[in-house]
Design a protein around this ligand. Structure first.
Ligand SMILES: [Zn+2]
Ligand SMILES: [Zn+2]
Length: 173
């Protein structure tokens, strides 16, 4: 009896591991926007190689463009030109970059008469990132966001960090 029991236990673990792996692959597919794994869509956009995406602001460090799935009336992304996977790949030395991106988004909002007080600025955390290239979200008005979008961009959840908390996170590294 014992070897049979052990075998079925092992088979169970084998299928469990297989199932978890399959789920991981499926999630990866959904979470990753680009099907072409060799290319980074945000590297293409920030270097001006994506004619379909209009760059609304550009300097040496980052660009600003519209999010393709807006979570409110106004939804923009600040994307650094240097490829970095996410907030988790940043160090203390990148605090200035985070500040510049925030200032860039806020002054872009002000220039376009978009509220910066009823607004949300922050980053998704891996593995909950749609594109594996650092991007800061700027969303307004915050108060009219749907329940689902509030969940997706829930500040200081396990999947989204407000800019203030991202700054604290980097300072404590
Ligand atoms: Zn990239
Ligand atoms: Zn995001």
């Amino acid at each position: 009896m014992l070897p049979v029991k052990q075998l079925s236990g092992r088979r169970f673990i084998f299928f469990l591991v297989l199932g978890v792996f399959a789920l991981f692959l499926i999630l990866r597919f959904f979470v990753t926007d680009s099907s072409d794994m060799g290319r980074c869509i945000f590297c293409d956009i920030s270097s001006g190689k994506q004619p379909n995406t209009e760059l609304l602001f550009e300097n040496d460090e980052f660009v600003i463009f519209k999010d393709i799935k807006p979570a409110s009336t106004y939804h923009y992304l600040a994307v650094p030109k240097r490829h970095t996977e996410s907030l988790k790949a940043l160090t203390k030395d990148d605090l200035a970059l985070v500040d510049h991106m925030e200032q860039g988004l806020k002054s872009f909002f002000e220039k376009n008469n978009i509220t910066t007080t009823d607004a949300l600025f922050g980053f998704h955390l891996p593995p909950f990132i749609s594109v594996k290239h650092l991007h800061m979200h700027g969303i307004a008005p915050r108060s009219t966001m749907s329940f689902m979008n509030r969940m997706m961009f829930k500040p200081d959840s396990g999947w989204f960090k407000s800019v203030e908390n991202a700054r604290k996170y980097l300072q404590d590294l």
